[in-house]
Design a protein around this ligand. Structure first.
Ligand SMILES: [Zn+2]
Length: 235
């Protein structure tokens, strides 16, 4: 199905349609949101028809849209919400609300229909565009700080000299998992080569480097536990 697949037949086949008859009270917003989540089967587009509804209050209506956004999260920027059969007061209420929120954007607005894009937050958007390696670097910087654990040189996932350093070297069966990785600058990573992490820690300290000792010790413990689990699974 292409992006233009919004004909009536495709809509019926492809999308869960929730018909909202009354949305006056807060509880009715809740029950419509529940009906939506019960009918949702993982589709990319959620279509909500307001039927013969003359007007809605903002709270109950936005609750349903919020539920739709939440359900569509796995689709990221591909998710779509179509609000159909909108009378003017309903359309106006929804547009007023949409002006105030920055995580839902209006992709298209017709007289009786709005198409919304539930924009993931900036962080999710940034992560979704990264290569697996850069995504790991981002997570490691969150965990241990934005620096080389061996010399404290400032690094982010975007730095040219940022590398993934395996606590247990790959040549010794070390995994590519976060539990076996730290951020290191290219110089430290090459300097260490295949040296065990604990002896390289000693060497760095002896050389008077500004080592992030806490992060290194935690990483060694984590890597050790990870390797133990892997061995037990293999046994
Ligand atoms: Zn370094």
């Amino acid at each position: 199905m292409g992006s233009g697949g919004l004909s009536a037949v495709a809509t019926l086949r492809f999308e869960p349609a929730v018909r909202v008859r009354r949305l006056a009270r807060a509880e009715e917003g809740d029950s419509a949101a529940l009906a939506l989540s019960a009918s949702y089967r993982g589709e990319r587009t959620i279509s909500i028809s307001f039927g013969a509804l003359e007007s809605v209050r903002q709270g109950p209506a936005t609750r349903v849209v919020r539920e739709a956004c939440w359900l569509l999260k796995p689709w990221g920027r591909e998710g779509r919400i179509e609000l159909r059969a909108l009378r003017r007061p309903t359309r106006r209420t929804l547009l007023e609300w949409l002006e105030d929120v920055d995580d839902v954007t209006v992709m298209a607005a017709a007289r009786r229909k709005l198409v919304l894009l539930p924009a993931p937050d900036d962080r999710e958007r940034a992560e979704s565009t990264l290569s697996p390696t850069r995504r790991k670097m981002l997570r490691l910087a969150d965990r241990d700080g934005e620096h080389c654990v061996w010399c404290s040189t400032y690094l982010t996932y975007e730095s040219i000299h940022c590398t993934l350093d395996h606590i247990r070297c790959r040549s010794h069966g070390g995994a590519d998992a976060l539990d076996n990785l730290v951020l290191a600058c290219a110089a430290c990573n090459h300097g260490r080569a295949d040296a065990p992490a604990s002896s390289w820690l000693d060497a760095c300290l002896t050389a008077g480097q500004d080592v992030d000792v806490d992060s290194v010790l935690r990483a060694i413990a984590r890597s050790h536990a990870h390797h133990g689990r892997a061995l037990r699974r293999a046994a």
